[in-house]
Design a protein around this ligand. Sequence first.
Ligand SMILES: C[S@@+](CC[C@H](N)C(=O)[O-])C[C@H]1O[C@@H](n2cnc3c(N)ncnc32)[C@H](O)[C@@H]1O
Length: 202
Amino acid sequence: MEFRESAHGVLHPVGLERRRALFAGAALLALPQLGWSQRSDQTPALDVPYVPTPQPVVDKMLEMAKVGSSDVVYDLGCGDGRIVITAAKVHGARGVGVDLNPVRIQEAQANAKSAGVTDKVQLRVANIFETDVSPASVVTLYLLPTINRKLRPQLWRQLRVGTRVVSHAFDMGDEWPPERTEQVDHRTVYYWTIKEEHKKRA
Ligand SMILES: C[S@@+](CC[C@H](N)C(=O)[O-])C[C@H]1O[C@@H](n2cnc3c(N)ncnc32)[C@H](O)[C@@H]1O
């Protein structure tokens, strides 16, 4: 399924016309007879498309999680690395960014270098569902409702009690109501902490 971002930053499935247009674009790229070279970077099947979090929302996510220099911030699906790079540069935290798309990780590495935080930030090409998140003290997310719900058992199982989780735009469903929500630029940021009860139910 394809998605688009609404005016308020929410990812929605797109209609048939949009899917047709995207298909047409993809077909065009695959026409070697027109002199287009075939893509060598085979993009893996992503659970969520790339849409970056605006910087004011990044700042709010890190503020709500009270990120500090003793934190290890994991951004699951890190895109261009902006969340972990901000956590390192502004808050002195260590960061780990994980993204299945190697193109995003290359961008994130270049951005970490420009920001002077390569000593504090690790960037990995990996699937979030195959990533051990247990070293995190803060987890940041901008995924999709279905993917948040699929991730929830992994977060409960692997994260330590007290770990903070923040999500841009999407909650975790009825199973895990947020402790707090805040609005910034018409977008919602959700906040949870891992509790003993979650470890028992994991
Ligand atoms: C909506 S973007 C969010 C980017 C970044 N976290 C931000 O807030 O700016 C979602 C990212 O998740 C990545 N992604 C999608 N499915 C993934 C998976 N299964 N494992 C790791 N990354 C994935 C995409 O490549 C994309 O960069």
